[in-house]
Design a protein around this ligand. Structure first.
Ligand code: ADP
Ligand code: ASP
Ligand code: MG
Length: 459
């Protein structure tokens, strides 16, 4: 079986974790001796991207010394981990490379700090350091173990537009490069080791795909190589019935449909970046979520069909800290063209809308990206009354069975008794029900829904 294996931040957090990665890949090689080698995609080491974001923030506030200090701490952390993985001349080479890359970046960061200006393009150069460093280290660790492998610079393979920090891949150009560059390594019997999350424009300027985007990178490369399975190795057993940070003791969901996984990822199940499923759907490639600390667990298999338990929901998700915007216009609503005008405002400021409900005289929408909120509001106020409510949240129940079992809707609403619901919506797909409520009500709402649908039989 030809696979692509993506390892997230906690799965490459230190030398021990990276050694687990090597062993998991070795296992894959041993189990499939006649297939071509797997492709390995890695995230930055745990928390590194957060630190790089912090570095950028400091530079923007002209705190060059503090920013440089953060980078030198990061460099030291990488070198310590490298020393636990590689030895001799290879270690010296790797250390020199990491030091050079961090030094060059530090010089740039000091320049940005002098101007107090870190552009999105500069941010991408900064953030890319995490994946560049971790992928070099994992590649060196494979070589140390005498496993044929090659570091591949993802910036030469993943071609994107120039929407910095949220770049959109050009699939045709990326597939051509993947087949050529990654294909050559595979043809030589080597494991290509690549950084996720990062790419470059056609002119070679570094870009990133948005936070959590390494999953997306793996799905893109996997689709381009037409692999048999896209594996997402992480720190939980698979897709769980709810976010384990919100609900105590969620259960593993063994199988999911692509559509269910997309809804869950979009509405907050961080274990999968929301775009991951798109390339998989396009080529009908199964996606499997696995735990790098417990590789023996079967994980979650995501396929076109999925297959939940009859009559049950599949999982819950929640997206916290969203903003509700109510747009009211007695004059305009019945006139055609009103909705177009309204949504054009969101389009102009590149702000996605998550939930939409309408009444006779008003439209309510939720957004989670409030970067351009002021512009949006002032434009909307040109033709409507606008009311804004921050600190709201979306709770979403997902399951293919919602289509066939009308009773599920009633059970969900009943379980939320007395929690004030601001908006409720069920999309045409009838695969999910979305509740918008006050953010502080989320833990209780999730707990009640989880008890109603996923209580363990033994309780
Ligand atoms: P990685 O670094 O491997 O990409 P992430 O932190 O991005 O890992 O995603 C894994 C985390 O997603 C889990 O540790 C868990 O806290 C969170 N998560 C949120 N919702 C879910 C869910 N429904 N199922 C599993 N994990 C979830
Ligand atoms: N390292 C990046 C992030 O933290 C990408 C990823 O982990 O998927 O957002
Ligand atoms: Mg992730």
């Amino acid at each position: 079986m030809n696979v692509i294996m993506k390892f997230g931040g906690t799965s490459v957090a230190d030398a021990e974790a990276m050694t687990r990665v090597i062993n998991i890949v070795r296992q894959q090689l041993a189990a499939n001796p006649t297939d071509r080698p797997p492709v390995v995609v890695v995230s930055a080491m745990s928390k590194v991207t957060d630190r790089l974001v912090e570095t950028g923030r400091l530079a923007g506030e002209r705190q060059g010394d503090e920013a440089a200090k953060l980078l030198s701490d990061l460099c030291a952390r990488h070198i310590t981990v490298a020393s636990g993985l590689v030895s001799g001349g290879a270690l010296e080479g790797l250390k020199r490379r990491l030091a050079e890359d961090f030094d060059a970046l530090t010089a740039h960061v000091r320049g940005w700090a002098r101007d107090g200006d870190v552009s999105p393009r500069a941010t991408d150069e900064l953030l890319a350091m995490g994946e560049l460093a971790s992928s070099r280290m994992v590649a060196a660790a494979f070589a140390e173990q005498k496993i044929p492998s090659a570091w591949v610079d993802s910036r030469q393979v993943l071609v994107t537009d120039d929407e910095h920090t949220a770049a959109v891949p050009d699939m045709d150009a990326t597939c051509a490069k993947t087949q050529q560059i990654v294909g050559a390594r595979l043809g030589a019997g080597e494991i290509p080791v690549m950084g996720g999350f990062i790419g470059a424009t056609v002119t070679g300027v570094t870009t990133t795909l948005g936070r959590g985007g390494s999953d997306y990178s793996a799905a893109i490369f996997g689709a381009c190589l037409d692999v048999d399975e896209i594996q997402i190795w992480t720190d939980v057993d698979g897709m769980l019935t709810a976010d384990p940070r919100v609900v105590a003791d969620p259960r593993l969901v063994p199988q999911l449909s692509f559509a269910e996984a997309s809804e869950l990822a979009y509405f907050g199940a961080k274990v999968l970046h929301p775009s991951t499923i798109l390339p998989a759907v396009a080529r009908n490639i199964p996606v499997r979520i696995l735990n790098s600390r417990r590789p023996e667990v079967k994980g979650t298999m995501i396929t076109a069909e999925g297959r939940g338990d009859a009559g049950a929901l599949t999982a819950l998700a929640c997206k916290r800290g969203v903003t509700v915007i109510d747009i009211t216009s007695t004059r305009m609503l019945m006139a055609f063209g009103f909705l177009r005008r309204l949504f054009e405002v969101f389009e102009r400021f590149k702000t996605p809308v998550d939930v939409v409900t309408t009444s006779e005289v008003s439209v309510s929408v939720t957004v989670d990206n409030t970067r351009r909120l002021d512009d949006i509001l002032s434009n909307l106020r040109n033709f409507a009354e606008v009311n804004v409510e921050p600190d709201m949240a979306i709770v979403c129940v997902v399951g293919e069975n919602l289509r066939s079992d009308a009773a599920l809707f009633g059970r969900a609403v009943t379980s939320l008794e007395r929690i004030p619901l601001r908006l409720v919506s069920q999309a045409a797909s009838r695969r999910n029900i979305t509740f918008v409520m006050r953010d502080p009500d989320v833990p209780q709402a999730m707990a009640r829904l989880h008890d109603a649908f996923f209580a363990r039989v033994t309780r």
